[in-house]
Design a protein. Structure first.
Ligand code: ATP
Length: 523
């Protein structure tokens, strides 16, 4: 255990929040095993650990969402037993979740109102919402409906909603997982400001460089137990990762002899009106992706990536069949099932709701995407054994950690669910894989497993299209990178030799001609 124990900041007499021997059992499974944690005012305290290490469980107990099985929590030195999140909020504990809890068809202001105690009028609340978002530099239009917003904007709502409750203690569960570097920088400024205001922050992240930069203290969990509390600034990203996994992280290896073959996914001058008035109009998108190749799509969230995914997967149909060609077949107007039968597979950005049905078991979720092109259905009958086998194979190949063989999707930790979804699709050995944010919320070890699997899939002859906001990830695994901006896709450039600066400029719209506004509303 490293001895880089953090200094107690600013001589506060007592921690703001303490857990002493906090334990949470699910049946025989110990999700938290006697965890001691001290969080002080004016401290940004990182909570680190592999997927399934118990981080979310611990913060759910602190936020009153679950009751600990054993142990104690203290708030400003006094024992705290929480009846639920509203009591946590009334004490000054706020939380921003990894999975957003927003209603798509309501406006920003309506969503915020639902999370508050209702003591002020809607008009006053909306004015305060604008004020808080302006003061903290998190711009939001209270009148827009959530379904029209990018992931980054949605997260802003969650943060502003938490800040409107004026928390003394703010828990953030992987807040930068879907943010661009610029959006993340904005958030760090907000967090530094909250710290200067005397608040405490408990910060869950898998991005170790950002933890080093931002956090004063780090507590590391492994398999439900605390293994270390240290000063992350005195550690390296590698030493933090070693503490998390209890060993070295495997390096991703690109196959030396990967050959590109014939075009397997071709997009021809695809223009598409969005399904909603504020969505992004796809404009003249063309690219060709060969077998054996990985093409990355970079870009700030909300520039048409979701719309392109919808068009490629068949959730939205293209105006002309030939605009999307999968393995030589004009597929632009085929359903998602027909596209799967052609050998295509799709991993959307959102894990719960889009990638899986949360309340269904993993085996049932395997059936949802696998029924068209696997042995799970024969002569109209569903084969339970084949469904379970898919779960077992994904579990083994991708080290999916879960409490039993076939739990509900929603019970898996975020990273483990992502490993399951990516595993489920890769194990179908697709000819074409379209994947969005493959390692969102996934720990360093598991991210390496997923990236390696994408590389291996390409090495086996598949065409792989990866949309990611993580430029480091794209640099590590792609052959070429194109950038989406306002519904346009730039000409792909070779990854080798593409500088972050150049990609950053493309992400900001430079050298892409704007003939017409991308948003259908002209916004
Ligand atoms: N309601 C539940 N029933 C059974 N097991 C659960 C439940 N909630 C969590 N677990 C299990 O407890 C373990 C810890 O999960 P937790 O979500 O706390 O992990 P985590 O460290 O936050 O992971 P991640 O980084 O992937 O979000 C996991 O193995 C998970 O499957």
């Amino acid at each position: 255990m490293p001895d880089s124990t953090p200094a107690v900041p600013h001589g506060d007499p007592k921690p703001l929040l303490q857990t002493i021997g906090l334990t949470k059992r699910y049946g025989d499974f110990l999700a938290n095993d006697r965890i001691d944690l001290d969080v002080w005012p004016r401290q940004i305290h990182a909570l680190l650990g592999e997927n399934g290490a118990g981080k979310s469980t611990l913060v759910k107990a602190i936020y009153g969402l679950i009751q600990p099985s054993d142990g104690e929590m203290r708030w400003q030195g006094d024992t705290m037993v929480l009846s639920g999140p509203s009591e946590a909020r009334s004490r000054g504990i706020g939380m921003v979740f990894q999975h957003f809890s927003l209603f798509d068809n309501l406006t920003v202001a309506e969503n915020v109102a639902l999370g508050l105690d209702g003591s002020e009028s809607f008009k006053d609340m909306s004015a305060r919402l604008e004020e808080v978002s302006r003061v903290y530099g998190l711009p939001l239009d209270p009148r827009r409906e959530v379904w029209q917003l990018s992931v980054g904007e949605r997260q802003r709502i969650e943060i502003v909603r938490a800040l409107m409750q004026n928390p003394k203690f703010l828990i953030l569960d992987e807040p930068t997982a879907v943010l661009t570097p610029q959006e993340a920088d904005q958030l760090f400024t907000v967090l530094d400001r909250l710290k200067a205001e005397g608040r405490a922050i408990l910060y869950i992240s898998h991005k170790l460089e950002e933890v080093k930069r931002l956090c004063d203290t780090a507590t590391i969990l492994r398999l439900g137990k605390k293994v270390s509390t240290c000063n992350p600034r005195k550690e390296t990203a590698a030493s933090l990762a070693r503490l998390m996994v209890g060993g070295e992280i495997k390096e991703v290896k690109v196959a030396a002899n990967r050959k590109t073959t014939v075009p397997r996914l071709v997009v021809n001058d695809l223009s598409l009106e969005p399904g909603d008035p504020h969505g992004v109009r796809l404009q003249h998108i063309s690219f060709e992706l060969k077998g054996g190749e990985i093409l990355g799509i970079a870009g700030v969230a909300g520039n048409g990536q979701d719309e392109l995914f919808a068009a490629l997967s068949g959730e939205w149909l293209a105006p002309d069949p030939g605009m999307i060609v999968i393995d030589g077949i004009a597929a632009g107007q085929l359903s998602i099932t027909r596209r799967r039968q052609l050998g295509a597979a799709f991993v959307p950005e959102e894990r719960l709701g889009h990638g899986t049905a949360p309340r269904m078991k993993l085996s049932e979720n395997a059936l949802l995407t696998g029924h068209a092109a696997s042995n799970m259905v024969q002569h109209g009958f569903v084969k339970t054994a084949a469904m379970l086998k898919t779960v077992d194979r994904a579990t083994e190949a991708f080290d999916v950690r879960k409490a039993n063989r076939d739990p509900e999707a929603a019970s898996l930790s975020g990273g483990n669910l992502q490993k399951f979804i990516v595993g489920r699709e890769i194990l179908r050995n697709p000819a074409v894989l379209v994947v969005s944010q493959p390692t969102w919320g996934v720990d360093a070890g598991a991210a390496a497993v997923i990236r390696q699997a994408l590389l291996d899939l390409a090495a086996g002859g598949a065409a792989v299209l990866v949309t990611s906001q993580d430029l480091d990830e794209l640099a590590e695994i792609t052959d070429r990178i194109a950038v989406m901006f306002h519904g346009h896709l730039s000409e792909p450039v070779a990854t080798q030799g593409a500088s972050r600066e150049k990609l950053g400029l493309l992400m900001g719209g430079s050298s892409l001609e704007q003939e017409e506004p991308a948003h259908a509303s002209g916004a």
